[in-house]
Design a protein around this ligand. Structure first.
Ligand code: HEC
Length: 584
């Protein structure tokens, strides 16, 4: 909630004055945008608090007196200033303190505030955090650091008589648009020094571009950032990477790249784009020290080009997706297309492969088996399970999807295929002619692949609403099933979503947490091991929508939003792939 309109530069200006006048403070500091998950797996990004007037960030450590003392007071501060657009967050940069232990620590002092878990210590590094109990006030728009210091004189020094609320005084001044006046004798926070793990690792040596950086880029980035690939620029040389390095740092620290990251602390996943703390620290540290290269050779220039062959061999059936002309710029709405099959008999599909026409524009493609007699011109026809069943999803860079050896999708003779395509524009006009290859089995498998859908069509999201929660639940399963993967889908207001199992005894278990949903990346998340659900269980999905202007994907923050087929409308349809035994 915004209490007054303000110019983004104002706070930076105040900080400049304060910081210049007080040599005891760090010089005027500009932080960067950052994003982290909290102890409940909720995603927080500084810039997504852009509607707020100030973000208070306090560095917390489990079992430490100085932060324990401040926590109830921070909670009270949050209550007092919420209406004035103040958000209070905690930061824990100790990689050995887990989500559970942090949740227990807060419960032990009766406080419920989000604790951002900075296990890679990159946010702490950006803010130059020296010890726990350090407090910050950040401008969520400019990312300027408006205040650095203790919460109060009491938390800085337990013996001091009376307490000066340094942080709150600064906050009051900031909210009033006034200069922050700080006592020249303001003490340092009395917390524990931060133990930066990488300091000793990277001390006195240059990180090797060839041996450390390139392998990470090849593992995590160059599948897309390749010549003629999906990404708008290719990592084809050290020069290129060095030139992009400030941007690379930002997309890493905000967890935007690699895309489609989910909460890796829940579930064991196959093939999810992610980056480990260790890789993240190495890249960020290398960039901060100049993104330099040793020696003359450059392994990135030896890249191989995109492989356009059918990697699974020649398909049994090749289907042309009707071609689509894509303009150079602007937004392209979803395309719904059809292909007649005229199968001679039912077929068990063992794999689906995608021969993508233009990788720079096709962002996702859903394949459905549909009843040809039903009007499938629109999405509504596609989401009714009686008419249409979801088969497979193409999301770059994976161009094939094989079902496991013991399973297959039964494509009935009387079905055709429908496609839902999402295109982006890439700066030049082009035509996409994508082909789909189907591979058939000779005999029936042990398990048949089905796609259950948790569907909600009754929502109504108000303009500007930034945390609109919707729920949907499936009917209980009649038989035991095995759950294999999840493809949650919303349009541009989707903020986060999760899917849980509800067991017959009423207990629930969260199966997937897409903490930071990104419309550009509608993935199919596959479990490493199938999960068995007994008959009588159901699936419960939660979707949170952000219809505010702080959502960078939002196509229109002024609109009242209901279910619909265009990008301007919303959907709530989460596909869950389950396996059921084939009856002989
Ligand atoms: C699955 C494909 C894919 C992978 C893997 C991937 N990127 Fe990207 N990247 C993209 C696409 C597509 C874009 C264009 C923006 C978008 O669609 O989100 C992009 C954009 C970017 C940008 C520009 C951001 C901007 O705002 O223009 C940077 C920087 C970047 N990626 C860095 C990386 C790094 C570093 C990695 C590896 C750690 C990586 N990417 C992995 C596909 C990918």
């Amino acid at each position: 909630m915004k209490i007054s309109s303000r110019k983004p530069g104002l706070f930076g200006f105040i900080c400049l004055i304060v910081c210049a006048a007080l040599p005891s403070l760090a010089a005027a500091q500009r932080s960067t945008d950052f994003a982290l998950l909290d102890q409940h797996g909720t995603f927080h990004q500084l810039s997504r608090y852009g509607e707020s007037n100030a973000v208070v960030l306090f560095v917390q450590g489990n079992g430490e007196e100085s932060s324990r003392q401040a926590l109830p007071q921070l909670q009270a501060l949050q209550e007092r200033y919420r209406e004035q657009g103040v958000v209070v967050l905690l930061l824990n940069p100790n990689p050995t303190q887990t989500r559970t232990s942090v949740a227990q620590e807060l419960a032990s002092v009766g406080v419920e505030l989000p604790v951002l878990l900075d296990s890679a210590q990159v946010v702490a590094r950006s803010l130059q955090v020296e010890s726990t109990a350090q407090a910050y006030i950040l401008d969520p728009v400019s990312h300027d650091v408006l205040y650095t210091g203790p919460f109060s004189s009491q938390t800085a020094n337990a013996d001091s008589a009376g307490s000066i609320p340094y942080l709150e005084n600064a906050l009051i001044a900031i909210l009033a648009g006034q200069e922050v006046e700080l006592a020249a004798d303001m003490p340092s926070p009395a917390g524990t020094p931060i133990d930066y793990l990488y300091r000793s690792r990277f001390a006195d040596r240059q990180i090797s571009y060839q041996d450390e950086i390139v392998p990470i880029l090849k593992r995590r980035c160059t599948t897309c950032h390749i010549e003629d690939g999906l990404a708008p620029w290719a990592m084809v040389s050290h020069r290129m990477v060095q030139g992009w390095s400030p941007m690379i740092r930002e997309v890493l620290v905000t967890h935007r790249m690699p895309p489609g990251q989910i909460d890796m602390l829940e579930g064991e996943w196959d093939n999810v784009h992610q980056i480990s703390d260790d890789e993240l620290i190495t890249l960020v540290h290398w960039i901060d020290s100049g993104a330099r290269r040793e020696g003359d050779s450059d392994p990135l220039t030896e890249q191989v080009a995109v492989d356009d062959s059918w990697k699974l061999g020649e398909p049994d059936l090749i289907i042309d997706v009707p071609a689509e002309k894509i303009p150079a710029t602007g937004m392209v709405d979803f395309k719904i297309k059809r292909a007649d099959l005229a199968l001679e008999k039912d077929q068990w599909i063992s794999a689906v492969a995608y021969n993508v026409g233009d990788r720079s524009v096709l962002h996702s493609l859903l394949v459905f088996a549909v009843d040809p007699n039903i009007d499938q011109k629109d999405l509504v026809g596609l989401i009714d399970p009686a008419n249409a069943e979801f088969i497979s999803l193409y999301v770059p860079p994976r161009t094939e999807e094989s079902f496991a050896d013991d399973s297959g999708f039964l494509l009935r003779q009387d079905r055709d295929l429908s496609f839902k395509l999402r295109y982006v524009t890439g700066g030049r006009e082009t035509e996409d002619k994508t082909r789909i290859g189907l591979y058939f089995r000779d005999s029936a498998p042990e398990f048949s692949v089905h796609n259950v859908i948790t569907l909600n069509t009754g929502f109504n999201i108000a303009p500007g609403e930034d945390n609109h929660v919707e729920i949907a639940e499936t009917e209980p399963f009649e038989h035991d099933v095995l759950v294999e993967s999840f493809a949650p889908q919303t349009h541009t207001r989707g903020k986060s979503m999760s899917i849980s199992a509800r067991y017959p005894d009423g207990s629930e278990k969260r199966l997937i947490n897409v903490a930071n949903y990104n419309f550009n990346w509608q993935m199919n998340y596959k479990l490493q091991e199938r999960l068995s659900l007994p008959a009588g269980s159901s699936l419960v999905s939660e979707t949170v929508y952000d219809n505010s202007a702080s959502n960078p994907q939002n196509v229109d923050a002024e609109a009242q939003v209901k279910v619909g087929i265009t990008t301007y409308d919303e959907i709530f349809s989460h596909f869950v792939r389950v396996l059921e035994p084939v009856e002989n």
